[in-house]
Ligand binder design. Structure first.
Ligand SMILES: *[C@@H]1O[C@H](CO)[C@@H](O)[C@H](O)[C@H]1NC(C)=O
Ligand SMILES: *[C@@H]1O[C@H](CO)[C@@H](O)[C@H](O)[C@H]1NC(C)=O
Ligand SMILES: *[C@@H]1O[C@H](CO)[C@@H](O)[C@H](O)[C@H]1NC(C)=O
Length: 333
């Protein structure tokens, strides 16, 4: 009997070892990762980004966008933070970066600076970006979710890697669904993560086609006519000044809530990639659910963000802890 138990124990250990070998990197992350090496990491990141958000209210939306772009292009590895140099054109300078907002970058750089004073060389930029994004979502009224830590920073970042990996403002539902599916994200993940457009803004160039000269000089029929008119006025000078932008959620732009979904049902979706979510029969029921029930949106958003935040993470020797978030430790690459 006891012999069988021993055999059993050996078997369990062997299985555990095998499972460990095939376990994805994400399973190695833990909320306790810095418990000994940098116990104040959460507090420090929280202090820095809170201050930044109070002084610059566009920070939260900037960080969310940055985080999504980082994760969808080769995993959550802070590759998007690297600056281009004379040897390399980095991810953030890709054509589709649609001018990633500087306030998000700045919050991460400041948090890194504060952490390097407390525990030099310990906390990765990828972990800082993940934590900062979560904290900022909560600060705007959105849901809390767990962020496990231990990501390493990428040792490569290239413009070429962006190609075909990010949603475009004018993508169809089919294109969006297949882009997400390619990364094992579901239709529900697509709809619920699009809910991040409850904050932030988009430049007129991203939706100009919808409001000017859309088939016979009109506007996209998917847009509420008064909304289209207001956008035509607001964007009148966008070709001279490409920085002119409109809020993604015109009703409650500074609040993380389910208004984005309510807007979609009223023709107030800013981008084509927003509006297609109400015209496609696979996504429409989810838009209706989240528009009617903010609790359901928050619950599903939190789960999707947890999933996103471990997507393609690098652990162990697959990456490094960068000393500066904008450059690799080995400057010759
Ligand atoms: C991408 O973003 C960076 C940083 O905001 C900016 O300097 C660069 O001009 C952008 N690239 C393009 C092609 O828009
Ligand atoms: C989206 O816009 C780009 C250029 O602005 C264009 O090449 C592409 O065909 C458009 N895609 C769709 C689905 O309309
Ligand atoms: C809203 O969604 C939550 C979470 O899924 C659920 O528990 C609740 O019953 C829903 N409320 C209504 C009014 O349907």
């Amino acid at each position: 009997m006891s012999n069988r138990l021993v055999n059993m124990a050996a078997w369990v250990t062997a299985m555990a070892a095998i499972l460990c070998l095939v376990t994805p990197a994400a399973a190695k992350l833990s909320t306790e990762y810095y418990a000994k090496s940098c116990p104040k990491v959460e507090e420090i990141v929280s202090d820095v980004v809170t201050t930044k958000q109070i002084t610059t209210p566009t920070t939260a939306a900037g960080a969310l966008r940055l985080f999504f772009h980082d994760c969808f292009v080769g995993g959550c590895d802070a590759s998007v933070l690297v600056s281009s140099n004379s040897f390399n054109r980095a991810e953030r300078d890709a054509d589709d970066n649609i001018s990633l907002p500087g306030d998000g970058f700045d919050a991460i750089i400041r948090a890194k600076t504060a952490l390097e004073l407390q525990c030099p060389g310990i906390v990765s930029c990828a972990d800082i970006l993940a934590l900062a994004t979560r904290n900022l979502v909560v600060m705007l009224g959105g849901p809390f979710y767990r962020v496990r830590l231990g990501r390493k920073d990428a040792v490569a970042s290239s413009v070429a890697s962006v190609q075909g990996n990010l949603p475009g403002a004018n993508m169809t539902a089919d294109q969006l669904i297949s882009l997400f599916a390619k990364k094992k994200f579901t239709v529900q993940d697509l709809v619920v993560l699009s809910g991040a457009h409850t904050v932030g803004f988009s430049h007129c160039g991203e939706f100009a086609r919808r409001i000017y000269g859309y088939k016979n000089g009109g506007h996209d029929p998917g847009l509420n006519p008064r909304f289209a008119l207001a956008l035509q006025k607001a964007c009148a000078n966008y070709q001279k000044d490409p920085t002119i932008a409109a809020f993604n959620d015109i009703m409650t732009p500074g609040k993380f809530d389910n208004m984005y979904f309510q807007n979609l049902l009223r023709g107030l979706g800013l981008l084509e990639s927003d509006t297609v979510l109400v015209t496609d029969k696979r996504t429409k029921p989810l838009v209706e659910l989240y528009a009617a029930n903010q609790t359901a949106f928050f619950h599903d958003f939190a789960r999707a963000m947890e999933k996103l935040s471990v997507f393609g993470v690098k652990t162990g020797r697959k990456g490094e802890v960068r000393r500066r978030c904008t450059e690799f430790n080995d400057l010759s690459v």
